[in-house]
Design a protein around this ligand. Structure first.
Ligand code: FES
Length: 160
């Protein structure tokens, strides 16, 4: 565990060890640090917290906000909370998956985009809501999807 992942995960584990909710807290911090939960990080956590690997994987796969694969260059969050759901979030996310040719693993083949379906992004009055990286788009309709994605497809950095 001399790699960056091993060292940083070890530090995170020590910070959370013995605290209430240490497993989910440590997993969240690992994901914030690396953008996903690397296998080496999970193994380090298991050994540092003395928790069986199987339990960590079951927690990591139970909560949809944990990712076991690295995100794409641009990460899309499609809100499927109640307000967004009633205004067509399901069809919106289906279109994004289809247009970007993203399968169940949630990342496009060129790794330019990844998608997560999430619960309430906290701006229900703008439903349905899609967030790409740090930018939030409200009242998104299927016909707007191409226009929203265009700058990210063109430049790969979302700046234009
Ligand atoms: S339900 Fe989508 S932002 Fe709240």
């Amino acid at each position: 565990m001399d790699s960056e992942i091993g060292i940083k995960t070890g530090e995170i584990a020590q910070r959370w060890k013995g605290t209430p909710g240490m497993l989910t807290g440590a997993l969240q911090e690992i994901q914030e640090t690396f953008g996903y939960l690397p296998e080496e990080g999970i193994r380090t956590l298991a050994s540092e917290l003395d928790i069986p690997l199987s339990r960590i994987f079951s927690v990591a796969t139970f909560y949809s906000f944990f990712r076991l694969t690295p995100p794409g260059l641009h990460h899309i969050q499609v809100c499927e909370g109640t307000a967004c759901h009633v205004l067509g979030a399901d069809q919106l996310s289906a279109k994004l998956f289809r247009d970007l040719k993203i399968g169940d693993e949630g990342v496009s083949e060129d790794r330019l985009f990844s998608i997560d379906r999430v619960r309430c992004l906290g701006c229900c009055s703008m439903a349905p809501v899609v967030r790409i990286d740090d930018r939030t788009y409200g009242r998104v309709r299927q016909k707007n999807v191409a226009g929203i994605l265009k700058p990210y497809l063109k430049e790969g950095d979302g700046e234009n």
